[in-house]
Ligand binder design. Structure first.
Ligand code: DGT
Ligand code: CA
Ligand code: CA
Ligand code: ZN
Length: 590
């Protein structure tokens, strides 16, 4: 089990204990342990095996939890969780997937109304029975009703790309250690960099499929072998994730990789293009549809993906673009975009420190950014409206900026090429309009992120007006996570993004692609629309710890799926060029 699995297991235990009305301290202990483990850099197993350390050295892990961690590491099971799962009705798990329904409310619904399904819940809301429960009311009922469709959508139960990536990457490493495997590549939605992944697909080039399948079954993370065949085996791995492995000969490897990368829509279009050329294309290779003789029946292509595309007159298409849009036409015309890459990124313009809800100090964040080769960062702690995060008021913000001055002076004096720290802030767009810090303060910032964290249930015209007002503020550099959605957890707020994009283009304000794997907004479709309108995107980690800086690659994938090139993204520029871009906005606004 990975750290993420164990963290998720403890969180699950906390939910179930809370559902049962368990002791609040016990619930909190599991939540804290889950959080601590989720933040841990090394695998728990490594900590356990280190003779100089103990699991109980980890904050929040006492003797009891340490023994539970060991049980999970050794057996992948936790008897306590098995017991709790038997005691809690199955419908509770569905109810808790409705955004806004925690364990306590879910239990009240089950106890008071004998709700047995999400359909039941929907009817109960429509009939006003939910509002009548103590502690609910009409407003809560309306919010629940609005979120049932979200919980019912099977698309919202898929696992995040970053979680699938942890599993896929470790399995690919393992399979590359198989002596009989000549080439091992991941395919499917994982390779296309989708926000979420249904199952993981691997394509392996080998002459001895049985040996490869044996090696797969020996992978320590296999929870169950679901189906073993001569060329395809499916196993269940960590996080209950299904993994499909196909073994093919070298002459079909490129064709199989192409086929199993998909998407289905892309493949359908590619097949029809091939047919129009008198060719057939499938997972074995490219062939003539009506070969005049045996020699002509041989495969025209199949060893590599590039030769498969070439056989139908196309350039190789990056997997992130294979969604069945206009990519085939662009590949034929030679006008595919040169997609942005992680190495193009020069700076990170959204991150938090321990001054608000971040875990690490200003100095630690800057050091970590320097280690990652960045040329500049903006420190953007929360403004004062975000009281939960101990947001900065004017005095504390100015004090932080003094620290940044001192830090920059020290960095400039150091010999090796350094990093520049920008004085930033993440201001909140207030419910009634306006921002939570005065313009006179914002005017002194190098970089201002404006985000909407409160009043997310306001009607579309209110939300849109709040965001456009922020965009029109000459000091605002970028709108942070412009839709507020949390994948699988919370739908976006109701906002007219076309109007937002139009205002951003008009004022020279950037829009963010938040690289946090739960957020990833703007998404591919809207980021592409922003690009078409001439808006510059900013890809930011919104890191709340030094480790959080590593999610940049998730933002890059989203940007690539949007077809963005280096020039479309402001933080690929040198600091001097970025400053010129910012100056343009202030000049046009004044
Ligand atoms: P997922 O797993 O739901 O996140 O999405 P994918 O795209 O990984 O889908 P999956 O695992 O069902 O299949 C992997 C790829 O295999 C898919 O993208 C295209 C190809 N494929 C699977 N079934 C079909 C099919 O019936 N027709 C065609 N043309 N391609 C298919
Ligand atoms: Ca898949
Ligand atoms: Ca699959
Ligand atoms: Zn933030």
């Amino acid at each position: 089990m990975t750290n993420a699995d164990i963290a998720a297991t403890f969180d699950h235990v906390a939910d179930l204990l809370e559902y049962q009305g368990g002791n609040v301290f016990r619930v909190r202990a599991y939540r804290n342990a889950s959080r601590a483990i989720g933040m841990l850099v090394e695998p728990l197993d490594a900590v356990r095996r280190d003779p100089d350390r103990r699991l109980t050295d980890i904050e929040g892990i006492g003797a009891d939890l340490a023994s539970k961690v060991e049980s999970l590491l050794d057996t992948g099971r936790l008897p306590l969780l098995d017991d709790l799962q038997k005691q809690v009705p199955a419908v509770a798990f569905d109810l808790m997937r409705v955004p806004g329904l925690g364990p306590k409310k879910a239990k009240a619904l089950f106890d008071e109304l004998a709700i047995e399904s999400l359909d039941d819940l929907e009817r109960a809301c429509q009939e006003g029975r939910v509002a009548a429960i103590k502690g609910f009311g009409a407003k809560t009922q309306a919010a629940i009703l609005g979120n049932i469709a979200f919980a019912k959508d099977p698309g919202n139960t898929r696992i995040l790309w970053s979680e699938a990536d942890a599993v896929a990457s470790s399995l690919i490493d393992w399979m590359r250690g198989c002596p009989e495997a000549r080439q091992v590549e991941g395919a499917g939605s994982w390779r296309r960099g989708r926000e979420t992944v249904g199952d993981v697909d691997l394509v392996i080039d080998s002459a001895s499929a049985a040996a490869v399948m044996d090696h797969l079954e020996r992978w320590p993370d296999v929870a169950a072998v679901m189906q073993r065949g001569d060329t395809k085996t499916s196993v269940r791995g960590p996080r209950n994730l299904q993994i499909d492995v196909r073994v093919v000969p070298a002459e079909s490897f490129g064709a199989a990789l192409q086929y199993f990368t998909g998407s289905k829509e892309h493949n359908v279009k590619l097949r029809s293009l091939a047919r129009s050329l008198g060719l057939s294309i499938n997972e074995y290779g490219v062939h003539r549809l009506a070969p005049p003789d045996a020699a002509a029946a041989a495969a025209l292509a199949g060893r590599t993906e590039a030769e498969v595309y070439e056989a139908v007159g196309l350039r190789w298409i990056p997997p992130e673009l294979r969604e069945g849009g206009d990519e085939l036409a662009r590949a034929a015309a030679g006008s595919l975009p040169r997609l942005i890459e992680l190495s193009d990124i020069r700076g990170d313009l959204h991150m938090h420190t321990s001054a608000t809800d971040g875990e690490d100090t200003l100095a630690d964040m800057v050091r970590a950014a320097l280690d990652r080769g960045l040329d500049y960062v903006a420190i953007t702690d929360h403004g004062q409206r975000v009281t939960m995060a101990h947001g900065l008021d004017r005095t504390r913000l100015l004090r932080q900026w003094d620290q940044i001055d001192t830090l920059n002076a020290a960095l400039a004096a150091a010999e090796r090429p350094g990093i520049v720290v920008l004085k930033g802030i993440e201001v909140d767009m207030l419910e009634r309009g306006g921002l939570d810090l005065p313009d006179e303060v914002l005017a002194r910032a190098d970089w201002v992120v404006a985000s909407l964290h409160y009043g997310q249930n306001q009607p579309r015209d209110r939300i849109t007006a709040r965001i456009i007002e922020a965009i029109e503020n000459p000091h605002v550099s970028v709108i942070g996570h412009p839709t507020g959605r949390l994948i699988n957890r919370r739908p976006p707020y109701d906002v007219d993004l076309d109007a937002v994009i139009e205002a951003a283009a008009r004022t020279g304000t950037c829009l963010e692609i938040n690289a946090n794997p739960w957020r990833l907004d703007l998404d591919d479709r809207h980021a592409a629309a922003a690009k078409r309108a001439g808006v510059k995107l900013v890809i930011s980690t919104d890191a709340h710890s030094t480790r959080g800086l590593d999610v940049m690659r998730c933002g890059i994938l989203q940007a690539r799926r949007a077809g963005l090139e280096k020039d479309d993204v402001a933080n690929t520029r040198s600091l001097a060029d970025l400053r010129r871009l910012l100056a343009k906005k202030s000049a046009s606004a004044s």
